[in-house]
Design a protein around this ligand. Structure first.
Ligand SMILES: *Cc1c(COP(=O)(O)O)cnc(C)c1O
Length: 230
């Protein structure tokens, strides 16, 4: 893990790169929200990033997130594949659940929202490369699913999220997700990670999810992070 000085320096670098990519694409830097992905990193790392001005964080696993959040002044996104039996904990903790990808999870979230008396913002995760090992609604079913989620959750459905195939040029996938969001009139497109966020910004990302470039490398992959399937 990077120490707090490194985290602050990394954040500044990433912010500069986001601003540069935005301007190069004729966009305003403040159209892009940086989600600092703190999964596997300790609370101290989150606090270092917070002290350096990060105020939106992303975590993959609800249980791990609950050990670090909530924190005052911080928005938390759950960005990892979510099991239905974790929906209540996620609904209580998160400001946004970015991995809505099936009816059964929508049911669980709706029930949890009733119990908790709050409904986070939601993003539909699209399996934009139709990869069997990845979470996300398959592209062929995406339009129908997005419409159903819009009807069910109204304005709480904010947009779409994707993770393109690792070994491919991500740009066509980013463009496809942006086009889908446009077609459905959804404002949020969460796409782009440490390795490809400038291209995602050029393709219309409103949210980029950046872990490694801020916090340093993660320990070898654990279960539950499997949706990245590296
Ligand atoms: C881990 C993760 C990220 C961050 O990846 P980096 O390459 O470390 O920036 C982004 N999105 C999701 C869904 C993740 O699980």
């Amino acid at each position: 893990m990077a120490d707090s000085t490194a985290i602050a320096a990394n954040l500044e670098t990433v912010r500069g790169q986001i601003a540069h990519a935005a301007r190069a694409a004729g966009r305003a830097p403040d159209e892009i929200t940086l989600i600092a992905v703190s999964k596997t990193h300790p609370r101290a790392a989150v606090q270092a990033a917070l002290a350096a001005g990060a105020h939106v964080f992303g975590e993959n696993r609800v249980q791990e997130a609950a050990e670090k959040f909530p924190l005052a002044g911080v928005r938390l996104h759950i960005i990892g594949g979510l099991q239905s039996n974790k929906a209540l904990a996620a609904v209580r903790l998160a400001d946004s659940i970015d991995s809505l990808d099936r009816e059964s999870l929508a049911d669980a979230i709706a029930r949890a929202a009733q119990t908790a008396g709050r409904l986070p913002e939601l993003l539909v995760q699209v399996n934009i490369g139709d990869e069997p090992q990845k979470s996300g609604i398959p592209t062929a079913r995406a339009d129908t699913f997005i419409r159903a989620m819009r009807a069910r959750f109204g304005e709480s459905l904010r947009g779409l999220m994707c993770i393109p195939p690792l070994q491919a040029d991500p740009v066509p996938y980013f463009r496809r997700l942006a086009a889908m969001a446009d077609e459905h009139g959804l404002p949020v497109r969460s796409m782009g990670m440490s390795g490809d966020f400038p291209a995602a910004i050029a393709a219309g990302a409103t949210h980029v999810r950046i872990g490694t470039a801020i916090f340093g490398h993660r320990p070898p992959q654990s279960q539950g992070e499997g949706q990245l399937a590296q």
